[in-house]
Design a protein around this ligand. Structure first.
Ligand code: ATP
Ligand code: MG
Length: 318
């Protein structure tokens, strides 16, 4: 089986219990939860039984242990997660507003995550990889950008593949070097996985079909557009495959895109047809939104099969 790796942040997330605006007075919080978009992605791939690992860094603290043990127990290769001697594990405080928007306080760039780079352990992990998943949210430090460039080069040189989820908030786009780093990722991408309007981040076209055509003409093999509660679409040279979302109650949307992405990439690397891969990825995203906590809704293949069987869709994964 093909081995997937990713490079980027591991953090704990601490969530406000009640909706409201920000953190300006004492409120009830719940956490720490294991988190970080690349970490959620790799945890989901591991749970599906795909060989996988992450290049990252945590502090020498309980938040780090919580994350590393979680990933290890779910089956990910944690050999390239460095433990920073002095800096703390990254963290994110999040509070949902009434309208579904989120307020965040991040401590990532200056946390142990600042040490993420191509360590000897990371080089050894890259050596074993067939596929690199690039998460746009991870491109916040020069060390990570350089590590991703080098891993991209090495993995492509041995015939491996790259997937890319821009996963970027507007405020991050204008960070120094961000546009260049995103552009480099796109140039090397085989499978591009934007959500909604992110498809237009890199195109002249302002209409979806034209934007997809423009990206495919640049050499990207396939594009998957995530559409939240509307489901997802897959595009390649032969056209579009549409798959509606499953009807579920949305408890916490954080992590849905990362889980969906890992499920789709896993199925794609296993050679599954796009329509089936979309059904499995939609089921994985639907299960993720049904659970509070960013990584708490990741699924095993048995859980996905049970979810599908309950909707008379047995046998999709075989
Ligand atoms: P993230 O906030 O994690 O970055 P994203 O924008 O990358 O999310 P979404 O499109 O929100 O990704 O969600 C990914 C997938 O999860 C969707 O394509 C869909 O399959 C599933 N999903 C998301 N929200 C819902 C929902 N409310 N009901 C059912 N399925 C959902
Ligand atoms: Mg996303």
């Amino acid at each position: 089986m093909k081995k997937i790796i990713t490079i980027g942040e591991i953090v704990v997330e601490i969530m406000a219990v009640e909706t409201g605006n920000g953190f300006l007075s004492a409120i009830s919080l719940i956490g720490p939860f294991a988190s970080g978009a690349p970490a959620i992605f790799i945890d989901q791939a591991a749970k599906l039984g795909q060989p996988c690992g992450i290049v990252s860094a945590v502090g020498n603290d309980d938040f780090g242990v919580l994350n590393v043990e979680r990933l290890r127990n779910d089956g990910a290769d944690v050999s390239a997660i460095a433990v920073h001697p002095t800096a703390a594990t990254g963290s994110a405080f999040v509070r949902y507003r009434q309208d579904g928007n989120r307020d965040f306080i991040f401590n990532i760039k200056h946390s142990a995550c600042s040490a993420i780079g191509l360590t000897p352990q990371a080089e050894a992990l890259v050596e074993t990889a067939d596929h690199l998943h690039i998460m746009g949210s991870a491109l916040f430090s020069d060390g990570i950008v350089a590590a991703i460039h080098e891993a991209t080069r090495r993995i492509k040189a041995k015939g491996g593949t790259i997937s890319f989820d821009p996963n970027i908030r507007k405020e991050m786009l204008e960070l120094p070097g961000m546009r260049e780093a995103l552009g480099h990722a796109l140039e090397n991408t085989d499978l591009f996985m934007p959500s909604g309007a992110e498809i237009f981040l890199f195109t002249q076209a302002t209409e979806e079909k034209a934007a997809v055509a423009e990206l495919l003409a640049r050499g990207i093999k396939a594009v998957v557009i995530k559409r939240g509660a509307e489901g997802a679409s897959y595009f390649d040279a032969s056209g579009e495959t549409i798959a509606p979302a499953f009807k579920v109650e949305e408890v916490d949307p954080t992590g849905a895109g990362d889980s969906f992405g890992a499920a789709f990439v896993t199925c794609w690397l296993r050679g599954m047809a796009a329509d089936k891969a979309l059904v499995i990825a939609n089921a994985t995203g639907a299960r993720a939104v049904g659970v509070k906590g960013p990584m708490e809704g990741t699924s095993s293949m048995a859980e996905i099969e049970a979810f599908l069987a309950a909707r008379n869709l047995s046998g999709v994964s075989s």
